[in-house]
Design a protein around this ligand. Structure first.
Ligand code: FES
Length: 359
């Protein structure tokens, strides 16, 4: 069961955009440029051995495909294994195992169309948004972008220099509104995090829902739901609202897990995994863990990245049996109807479960 999902890439440069966030650029050799071609808004999954443990994390590309450069932003998170490693130990010239770009937080380019885009970002959620802004403004000469970006303080604004340079380059077509939560300014609208009142002001005084073609949001789950619910209520369609989030397991999921554990206590499930033309079987406690983690414990080599129900790298098709999926942000409704599941979120609830990673 093996699939060459990762490629070894060299670190070309590391720059601090804020004291606790580095931008890491990879050197992609000529022969891999096609494999690593990407759309604005996509991410890379990195894999490194950190203190003798394999750690994988996904980070959004903040460069534009037009630049033919591969840069990701990695913000240090307290106790975050990968982000601490990247911010404190990683050096230029080191190598990292990197999975080719993936993700659906993207939009097609239409150079003849004048589209009005709006983006909401918080903290490191800016990384895919910067890529989208750069790409759409450069590739669609008549389109506009408005960015509403929340940070704690001015000094914690990630990629600020890059954003300001874009503002200077596209003065007529790009506007930025910085919301700060821990520094006060004279304009009350710009103080504090995004809320319903601010959305109301934005779509009444700065922009109009009817005149906005696509909205992107990247940041905490609460912000994403706030934006999505508001815009759906105002008549925007689902395919105009794009969002990206990582590692989202919350209290609801923990409650469901506990209930499943109790309900299926003492029962087991026979799991069969079809992948790479082969089949692999193991037994696990029913209603306990997700299929992906149990398969990895049993030495399977399966694709995964975020383990948060978002990226869909671990997508497979349920052929037999049943599972309870905790989160499924990474799947479209029609995929769920067609029987696709996210193995990182799927807890078996029948005696036998067969899943296929090859479909
Ligand atoms: S690994 Fe990302 S959705 Fe499962």
């Amino acid at each position: 069961m093996s699939k060459n999902l990762f490629y070894t890439l060299k670190v070309l440069s590391i720059n601090n955009t804020t004291p606790d966030c580095v931008v890491v650029e990879f050197k992609v050799p000529e022969k891999l440029k096609e494999t690593f071609s990407f759309k604005a808004g996509q991410y890379l999954t990195l894999k490194s051995q950190i203190n003798n443990e394999e750690v994988r994390r996904s980070y959004s590309l903040c460069s534009s495909p037009n630049e033919s450069r591969w840069k990701v932003g990695i913000k240090h998170i307290e106790d975050g294994k990968y982000s601490t490693y990247a911010n404190e130990q990683l050096k230029v010239g080191d190598t990292i195992e990197v999975m080719p770009p993936n993700g659906s937080f993207t939009i097609d380019i239409n150079k003849d169309k004048a589209s009005n885009y709006i983006a909401f970002a918080a903290g490191s959620g800016i990384t895919p948004i910067v890529s989208l802004i750069k790409t759409q403004l450069e590739s669609e000469p008549q389109s506009t972008f408005k960015l509403f970006y929340t940070n704690k303080t001015v000094s914690s604004i990630i990629l600020k220099e890059e954003l300001e340079a874009l503002k200077n380059e596209y003065m007529e077509r790009f506007e930025i509104f910085y919301f700060l939560t821990k520094e006060r300014r004279n304009i009350p609208f710009l103080n504090g995090r995004l809320d319903k009142e601010k959305l109301h002001t934005i779509f009444n005084s700065i922009s109009e829902v009817g005149n906005t073609h696509h909205v992107f949001s990247c940041g905490p789950e609460a912000m994403i739901h706030l934006v999505k619910d508001y815009l759906l209520e105002k008549g925007m369609t689902k395919n105009q609202i794009h969002f990206e989030l990582f590692n989202t397991e919350g209290s609801d999921q923990l409650v469901i897990k506990e209930k499943l554990k109790k309900k299926f206590k003492g029962k087991t499930s026979d799991i069969t995994i079809l992948e790479g033309g082969k089949s692999f079987s193991f037994e696990m406690a029913q209603g306990s863990n997700n299929i992906l983690d149990e398969a990895l414990i049993n030495s399977a080599d399966l694709p995964f990245a975020c383990k948060g129900g978002v990226c869909a790298t671990c997508k497979c098709k349920l052929i037999e049996g049943d599972v309870k999926m905790l989160l499924c942000y990474g799947l479209e409704d029609d995929e769920v109807e067609a029987g696709y599941i996210l193995s990182c979120q799927s807890i078996p609830t029948t005696d036998k479960v067969i899943v296929d990673f090859d479909i």
